[in-house]
Design a protein around this ligand. Structure first.
Ligand SMILES: [Zn+2]
Length: 93
């Protein structure tokens, strides 16, 4: 599912359920934020709470590219836990 979305006043392409290829180590990206292409990708293999966390993670990078990885990682995990574990948010499509 692809859609265009505004993040902090800038239009981004959001590519959900993106089919990442495995690298040489057999690993696969869960998500990616490409500043130069204004594109966010969330992997087709991430589900449920992890999907929520990765979507938040990549949008947070897009919102402020200069936040470091540690901040973005902790913020996205914390917000995903609040939304998923405590407030009961679930994906319906
Ligand atoms: Zn990141």
């Amino acid at each position: 599912m692809d859609f265009m979305v505004q993040i902090m006043g800038v239009m981004w392409r959001f590519r959900d359920r993106f089919r990442f290829r495995k690298n040489k180590k057999g690993e696969r990206y869960r998500g990616l934020c490409e500043l130069n292409k204004k594109t966010i990708k969330v992997g087709s293999h991430v589900k449920d709470k992890e999907h929520l966390e990765i979507a938040i993670h990549e949008v947070t990078h897009a919102a402020d590219w200069y936040k470091d990885e540690e901040y973005v990682d902790q913020f996205s995990k914390d917000l995903a836990t609040i939304l998923y574990d405590h407030l009961g948010y679930r994906r319906i499509k």
